[in-house]
Design a protein around this ligand. Structure first.
Ligand code: BES
Ligand code: MN
Ligand code: ZN
Length: 529
């Protein structure tokens, strides 16, 4: 099996004009007349080549475009890439991220092994340098990513590694950029890790294999631990929802629980004289957050089987769970002052002689009973147990992330995730994190009207509502299981996949959620609540 492309990232203090590199990337807005300082200097050294390209109309600065000038040793770089940034007034941090992704994507596509980024220069003081450093690093990982582990015969060789550096001539600016790049590397690597795990097919990643991967990830980590409940332990705990969904497959379900704790799992708190243990004071006061992610390793629909077309995409039904796993990986390296539980219910939804059936009544972990009217509404059946588990662990804030409903995709398309919840402040914080991370969300309702549709005559709840508002009834179902906790639900059906390659990245898993959740948590840790 092939290793995925190794993106190596660093920051370097050097004059962009002079550095020896395979490719130097600079940004240009579509609506800014004249060249900024760096671009004017590069243009002068290139005897006006940049200006000619622009006046001839071959490059307009449109977002998602780029143009290459071959420099013929007039500047240090072999190639100068102009990256379009779109309209200046619309620019966000995601513009910086996408520009870096565009450059890295192009470098991989054309086998250019080293890239220098001076994209931040076009933005002046609009965003702080550390935020732009982070965005460029995240973008480089995103754009340089390819999934080809199982390709053994290909016409074109591809890069084994891509070297990316962020360059600035000034030492103080380089230092600021570097602080952001360091975090961006952690987050970018975590997102690529998510994409690879998610892209792996269901014959490779079963619930047990996902659990083994989580165990392996945390093996030598001091601040991140992992416990796994197997099907027997799930039965002993009464996790009826997760067991029901997993009952049709020979690959048995698992509940994966990751615990991030800044002081480390090996830290032993002093035993008070009276006996018993107690958490150390400072740590006990940190907010306790649960991230809950749906990890259906394959969703055939079960007895309520799905149509054959595009069913292969249902290997991506584990995206939410893997976003949680990968966010926990990033946290262990970023080390924010928070207590975070990552809860990942994992099962394979298949039809067989042992499957759960339409009409079954399942007693879930919370004690609530659910009448199954469609075995394809399985996400909520496993999430309800995981949410109840988070409540039992006394989490103050619970955020779940799941490829839950095709209806969410009908409502919002493939550009943003549905955001639901019961706490305005939490929703606002997630919306802010979405803007910053470029993983977009849109607010959706899960109010009592929707919950009313989920009442069953012969059990507490049923697992589907009417024909309409399926994303909202799905969310309203989950809402019944979060008790008094502050809760948000991200429906990521539609944003989990790029069906075709874009200017910014290859097709397949998007790794959605890693940047959003990490950004939210880092913000939360820096603000205190
Ligand atoms: N995993 C699917 C939702 C999905 C669909 C994700 C398309 C990504 C792309 C989920 O388990 C599902 O099948 N939901 C059903 C719910 C319905 C039976 C109430 C759906 O959306 O049809
Ligand atoms: Mn389903
Ligand atoms: Zn599903």
């Amino acid at each position: 099996m092939k290793e995925i492309i190794n993106v190596e990232m660093r920051t370097r203090q050097a004059d962009p004009d002079k550095i020896g590199t395979d490719l130097l990337a600079v940004g240009l807005f579509s609506d800014v007349k004249g060249l900024d300082k760096l671009n004017a200097e590069l243009n002068r050294n290139l005897d006006g080549a940049m200006e000619r390209l622009i006046t001839l109309g071959d490059f307009k600065g449109k977002e998602g475009t780029n143009a290459i000038i071959y420099s013929d040793s007039k500047i240090g770089a072999k190639r100068l890439m102009l990256v379009g940034l779109g309209e200046k007034k619309k620019a966000t941090l995601d513009t910086v991220r996408k520009a870096a992704a565009n450059a890295a994507n192009k470098a991989v596509a054309t086998n250019i092994p080293s890239v220098s980024l001076a994209l931040h220069r076009a933005f002046g003081g609009r965003f702080d340098l550390s935020a732009m450093g982070r965005a460029m690093a995240e973008g480089a990982y995103f754009g340089g990513y390819r999934y080809d582990e199982y390709v053994t015969e290909s016409e074109q060789p591809r890069l084994e590694s891509l070297k990316v550096e962020v360059v600035d001539a000034e030492p103080a600016k380089t230092r600021e950029l570097d602080a952001g790049v360091a975090n961006g590397v952690i987050i970018g690597l975590a997102q690529s890790y998510a994409r690879t795990l998610t892209n792996r097919p269901a014959n490779v990643i079963s619930p047990a294999e996902l659990a083994a991967t989580a165990k392996e990830l945390t093996r030598n980590m001091k601040n991140l631990s992992c416990t796994v409940l197997d099907d027997e332990q799930l039965a002993a705990q009464g996790m009826g929802g997760l067991l029901a969904v997993g009952s049709g497959s020979g690959n048995k379900p698992r509940l994966i629980v990751l615990r991030y704790n800044p002081a480390g799992k090996t830290a032993i708190s002093p035993r008070p004289r009276g006996g018993g243990t107690s958490a150390t004071g400072a740590e006990a006061k940190l907010p306790k957050i649960a991230l809950v992610g749906k990890a259906i390793t394959f969703d055939s629909g079960g007895i309520s089987i799905k149509p054959a077309a595009d069913m292969d995409e249902m290997k991506l039904d584990k995206t939410g769970g893997i976003a949680v796993l990968s966010t926990m990986k990033a946290l262990a390296e970023l080390k924010p002052a928070l207590n975070v539980l990552g809860i990942i219910p994992s099962a394979e939804n298949l039809p067989s002689g042992t499957s759960y059936r339409p009409g079954d009544i399942i007693t879930t972990y919370s004690g609530k009973t659910v009448e199954v009217l469609n075995t394809d509404a399985e996400g909520r059946m496993i999430l309800c147990d995981a949410l109840a588990y988070a409540v039992k662990q006394k989490c103050d804030i619970i955020i779940d992330i799941a490829t839950l409903t095709g209806a969410c995709m009908v409502a919002l398309g493939t550009y943003m995730a549905g955001l639901f919840g019961n706490d305005e402040k939490l929703l606002k914080q997630l919306q802010r994190a979405a803007e910053e991370s470029g993983e977009k969300v849109w607010p959706m309702p899960s109010t009592d009207e929707y919950a009313a549709e989920m009442k069953s005559k012969i059990a507490d709840l049923k697992n589907i509502g009417s024909k309409w508002g399926g994303a909202c009834t799905g969310a309203a179902f989950l809402r019944q299981f979060v008790g008094d906790a502050k809760w948000a639900h991200l429906d990521i059906a539609g944003v989990d996949i790029f069906k075709t390659a874009t200017e910014y990245t290859a097709e397949g898993s998007s790794g959605f959620g890693v940047r959003l959740l990490t950004t939210y948590l880092m913000e939360l840790a820096s603000k205190g609540s």
